[in-house]
Structures are given as structure tokens and as C-alpha cells.
Design a protein around this ligand. Sequence first.
Ligand SMILES: Cc1ncc(COP(=O)(O)O)c(C=O)c1O
Length: 448
Amino acid sequence: MTQYEKAQALVEVLGERHGDEFALGGIAVSAIAEQVGTPFFAYAGDALTARLRRVKKTLGPEVELFFSLKANPSLGLCQLIAQEGLGAELASVGELRLAQRAGFSPRRAIFAGPGKSDQELREAIEWGLESINVESEGELLRVAAAAARSHKTARVSLRVNPLSQLKGAQMRMAGGHTQFGIDEEQLEGVLARVGRHPGIHVAGVHVYVGSQVADVEALLAHCRVVIELAARVAGHSGTPLETIDFGGGFAVPYFEGAPEFDLEAFARGFQVIVEEGRRRLGPFRPIIELGRYLIAECGVYVTRVLDVKHSRGRTYAVTDGGMNHHITATGNFGQVFRKPYPMLVLNRLQQPRDASITVVGPCCTPLDVLGHDTELPNVSRGDLIGVFYSGAYGYSASSLNFLSHPTPAEALVLGGELHVLREGGAADQVLAGQRALPDRSTDTRKAG
Ligand SMILES: Cc1ncc(COP(=O)(O)O)c(C=O)c1O
């Protein structure tokens, strides 16, 4: 499937066509633009809930599905996801507060990621999280100290950095030396030194090794490794494990030629691994944590064409938003993303793709390109360009202050109704929180 065909197929998944125009969740994008201003992220709430239900159903009732808030920490979306019964995978106290506000249960929330401060650990323990997933022996000791200060027992999972790498992962986060997790070969020592510390309950094991994995067999092989690691942790901690978090990393087919992740095949293989694991280790709750796979497809980033220019045989559409709002779509969020996302001119859905257009944002750098030589209909000033698969790592992953343009709005269409999740910024937003120097004119006079 070409990128153009993918984008046209996504129009059907996320909404409908009103003549030549895309109507997300049934509302014409021009009407959304009129209400919230451009650029904006628009999310299709009904498509999101349908997707969450399908993923949950396919994985089966035994599997606990957690949403990684880092993919999209928009409160309204988190509320929808919490209402669908998912858990939350958190990586900061900000995400923790968001999870509380969105209605996630603490017993279905985990806190992973390196660099947790003592204050963050204390808040997590006070909230009674399902587990703090510790990334090092030092962090485990700090959890123990924070638990003692709060007169509580902290539930922890040991995040393990296995010796083996996940072969199919396009973004690897384990296998060699890394800031993530405790090296597999250090596990026994760490458990012997701090595993039985009062104030700590080793409830689980967590192994997250990479993102954008399309190869189901490689992912299943990784899950078998996780069972082996869990068996070692259970053996050395002396208590059975309650949870095993297998990570996730299911790929989104963002780019030309990328296949859909075969969720059904993964679910079939995973069920067998869990059953075998339970026969060996006793009952445990299997966790899968996903960010982009759940939410990327449901979002579209919409920018308006401000200028169409021709330069030495090339046509450029210059839009009012780019890398400052959607860093991954401009290929600036790691090697893996250096290719264009599917795009359409949202108000020219049925017009022939008779042009080759380079779509660029307004930031003064050659890095701000949404797509080189993209096949699109001939664009005009005022047209709306939509970048698909934009529901993950858009707003929150971007350097929103770069070039000091106003921040984009975020809008959700749910049941045919438009909800503004976040207002777009204003021009003087750039001054917010900044303090000017005191007036020094009198000093200057004195000096003169
Ligand atoms: C520990 C952990 N879990 C989950 C995720 C989410 O990954 P993805 O959005 O690819 O599903 C990440 C991403 O970096 C991660 O570090």
C-alpha cells in the first residue's frame, strides 16, 4: 500500500467524506479549524475506543493492558482510555498526577523509567501504585528509604535488562549497556542485598526492550526470555511473582511498505507462553504496555498552507505548523522516523495527485520537512494538510517553544460532538513565566 492509499483508508477508519473534504468523526475538518484555529491535533474518539476494545478482546481477558501515557498525555484521551478499563504506565510525577485526574486506579498503574526523584517515589508510594518498576539497585534502595519514611510497603517490579536483544525492534532499549533496567547478570546479587528489605515487596518483573517491533516471532521469542528471567527472580526472591510485564512495542505501519502488526498471531502465541509460564511459576498477571499502537492511528495533525512557492523546479507548500508541534512526523525523533507519514490535502480528497510537493513547516531550519516530493493534488494557500498516524508522540514529544510560534490546539470528536481538549496558544504565550530584567536606565545614567 502506498502512503496515499494508506491515508485514504484511514479517512474511512477515522470518519467520512463530505464531498471532497475529510470529516473526522463526522465533523468537517474546516469546521474544526474554524473553532480551534490551525494548526491542531484532532483525535477520533470513537475510532480510539473501538481500537482499544479490539486490542483487549484479541489479547484476551487474562492479559492486563496498560497505556503508556508518554505516547499522548492529553487528559481527555487518558479519561477515555481509563474508562475503557486500561491501566497506566507512567514515567514521571506529572504523568502520575494526570493518571489520578483521568481516573486510572492506582492498583492498575505502574511507574517505570530512569531518573525518578525521591519526591516522585514518595508520591507513588503514597498513592499505593501497583508497582514502582526499579531501574537500578540504587533506585531500589531509595524506594526502600521512601517507603520507610511513609511507613508503607512499596510494591516493586524489577525491570531487567536482558543479555539478549530483541531482534525485530527498530528502537532498541536493552541488550547491551543501558540506563534501563538491572542487568540480567546482576539480578541475583541485587536480590540478595536488597530483595528482602523491609518496606519492599518484589511483586513482579518488567522487561521492556524496544519499540516499533513488527516481527511477531521475535516478540514472542522475547516473551519466552521474560519467563526465564521471571523464574530466576522468583527463585531468588523466595516469593512467587504476582505480575510479569512483558513490555510491548507493537509497531505502527507509519511508512511506505510497512506491514500491519499481526495482533492475532501475537495473541495466539502469547496465550501459549502465558499458560506454560503459569504451569511453571504459578498464577501471575500478565501485563502488556502499549503507547503508539493504541493511539497513533486515531490522531491527525492538521496544518494550513500559508504559501506555495516554486524553487528551481520544486514546489513547496509552506504550512503553519511542523517540527515544533510534531517532531516525529518531520523525522527528528530518531533514525526510525526519517520517512514521511501518510498525508492528504484534507479538502481535496478526490482530486488527482498530479503534483510532487515538498511540505515544510514554518521553522527556520531545513529539518522542518513533513514530506519531500510528496504526491498530492495541486495545493493552494488556505488548504488543510493532514498528517495521519499523529495520535502518538506529537504534541508532548515536540519542542513546542522552538521558534516561539503558538502551540497547537487538541480536539476530540466523540459521538459526533467536538470537544476542545486543549486550547491553542496565543502569540504572547512566549512571554509566560519569563521575567524581564529590572529597568537599568537609572544605573546607566549614573555610570554616564
Ligand atoms: C518502558 C516503556 N514502556 C512503554 C513504552 C511505549 O512504547 P510504544 O509507544 O512504542 O508502545 C516506552 C517507550 O519508550 C517505554 O520506554
